[in-house]
Design a protein around this ligand. Sequence first.
Ligand code: SF4
Ligand code: SF4
Length: 242
Amino acid sequence: MEIDRDECVGCGRCIPYCPVGAITMEGDVSRVDLDECVECGNCRRSADCPTDAIYQQELVYPRTVRSLMSDVLTIAEESQISGRGTEEMKTNEVTGRFRLGEAGVAIEVGRPCLGARLYDVEKIAQAVAKIGVTFEPQNPVTSMMADTSTGKFKEDLLNEKVLSAIIEFSVKLEQLPRVFELLRDVAGKIETVFSLDLATKIAPDGSVPTDPYVAQAGLRVAPNGKTNVGLGRPLFEGRSGR
Ligand code: SF4
Ligand code: SF4
């Protein structure tokens, strides 16, 4: 995003709307630090600039991934998918992606608040790739990898900054301790933060199969549930008992 210096009147209204602090005053006008800007579009959409000085410059690959991963209104031309991850993980009761005995794992890199360079997302992907995970093919982050077996990203994307990027895969429940161990180790080697999401099918007795693993690792759970009524595809047909 850029600001037209001739139009800007320096009111400063746009500054607090930037989630990564990329807008600062420079003399009497404001400017965007393009290296830090994640192209989320928030300043242009929400700040109600009195002179309409904020404008979207032409985005050329690889910068386009900033917008794709940071602005929920941007749709990827290749996949026609918007957003940072896949909806599927949140609707497991209708998609059936994760079975009993499995856990869906999403690592939200850059959340909360900081944003992330893709070289840090790569470090995390490479760490968990050591246990042979299959990264979710529908996820835009997976399409940024040059090698999905190692988690290696395409070289030209590594310095791009995004609001957040979600790495997705599923594992057997008994692999969770190793996943936690690898994430703890790589957490000290990156410049940003991440949140860890676990999705699981509730056991017939009502218990949450991932809970004992999380407790054993000394992690704190913030339970989150979603109920979808009449949505989704009936992928569970013919698969009962799995
Ligand atoms: S809101 Fe518009 S006029 Fe005010 S500082 Fe930002 S760009 Fe300049
Ligand atoms: S597009 Fe987003 S990141 Fe870039 S300056 Fe505007 S609010 Fe900040």
